[in-house]
Design a protein around this ligand. Structure first.
Ligand SMILES: Cc1cc2nc3c(=O)[nH]c(=O)nc-3n(C[C@H](O)[C@H](O)[C@H](O)COP(=O)(O)OP(=O)(O)OC[C@H]3O[C@@H](n4cnc5c(N)ncnc54)[C@H](O)[C@@H]3O)c2cc1C
Length: 278
């Protein structure tokens, strides 16, 4: 291991209020949830920061609840808790499908949805789900709460609107009407980072679907022109052509741009063609 835990400081608040106070008064602090991404950085010797804020004791960020028709999933909810929750199963099955494909059971037991969002990887598996669902990120600091539409959360590759004194505290999902769909393509069925990951909602025959895709651009993206084309009756082949204009995949250690383009187009066809079978 290249990194070391020596000379690093860890603060462990027991309440969200204390956590926010520490972030404000004792920062800069790096929030630490399940540590599944942070530990990889430590291992590679790229972990930035020496002072950490351990969120793991904050049970108030583990709630899954529906209020006024809106589903709130606390930032510290692990993939395992999302998979097991009857509420997420009933309301956001595409999130459950994504959670089942993250890492393996060890990662699912520790990794959190808040960590996936804050880590800001374009390959994060829950992120296309949040984009297709029209989710909102609840962000909290000593200054108060603010709600950021998920599609406005990222400002560029691994950059977001989150400030140093803010925590992600929950993700909110409106009621989703229509068929939900999720597909991940990686090297293996488990323990593989996505080469391409897509989530979509088919909202019915007279309206455009909502489609989001990861690993093909600096951030997870919605595909507004592809959505509009399908919604107005374009053929799948025409929509695939538009999709290829809307994505900018790159060659990297996990895949080639060309393979990603082909897979993205195939996933779009799978999603849309399954429509007729229902
Ligand atoms: C073996 C392995 C397999 C993996 N497989 C996948 C996979 O298939 N799909 C996938 O998407 N990811 C995968 N990951 C990445 C990782 O597991 C996920 O991104 C996970 O959701 C991170 O959550 P965490 O709680 O562990 O975050 P942490 O590692 O604790 O934190 C990650 C980042 O988020 C910040 N952060 C965490 N919580 C908050 C918060 N509430 N507010 C503000 N900032 C916060 C931290 O400061 C840090 O920058 C894998 C990782 C490993 C090691």
């Amino acid at each position: 291991m290249l990194g070391s835990v020596a000379n690093r400081r860890l603060l462990t608040p027991r309440t969200l209020r204390d956590a926010l106070r520490m972030l404000d008064a004792e920062g800069p602090l790096v929030p630490m949830a399940g540590c599944t991404d942070l530990y990889v950085s430590l291992n590679f010797g790229t972990l930035k920061g020496t002072n950490f804020l351990n969120l793991w004791e904050l049970d108030e960020l583990r709630t899954i609840a529906v209020t006024g028709g809106v589903l709130s999933v606390g930032a510290l909810c692990t993939y395992t808790s999302i998979i097991k929750s009857r509420t997420t199963q009933a309301r956001v099955p595409m999130l459950v499908a994504a959670a089942r494909e993250v890492g393996g059971p060890q990662i699912q037991n520790r990794g959190t949805i808040g960590g996936n969002i804050a880590n800001a990887s374009p390959a994060g598996d829950t992120l296309p789900v949040l984009a297709a669902a029209g989710a909102t990120i609840l962000v909290t600091s000593v200054r108060g709460e603010r709600r950021v539409p998920f599609v406005e959360f990222y400002t560029g590759y691994r950059r977001s609107v989150l400030q140093h004194d803010e925590l992600i505290t929950a993700v909110e999902f409106p009621a989703i009407r229509g068929r939900q769909w999720f597909r991940k393509v990686g090297t293996r069925a488990a323990q593989a980072i996505s080469k391409v990951v897509m989530a979509a909602v088919d909202t019915g025959h007279d309206s455009a679907p909502r489609i989001a895709i990861g690993s093909v651009a600096p951030t997870v993206v919605r595909l507004p022109r592809t959505e509009a084309a399908l919604g107005s009756g374009a053929s799948v082949a025409d929509a695939q052509g538009i999709l290829l204009d809307e994505i900018v995949p790159i060659d990297d250690v996990r895949s080639t741009a060309e393979y990603r383009r082909r897979v993205a187009a195939n996933l779009l066809a799978s999603f849309w063609n399954e429509r007729g079978r229902r």
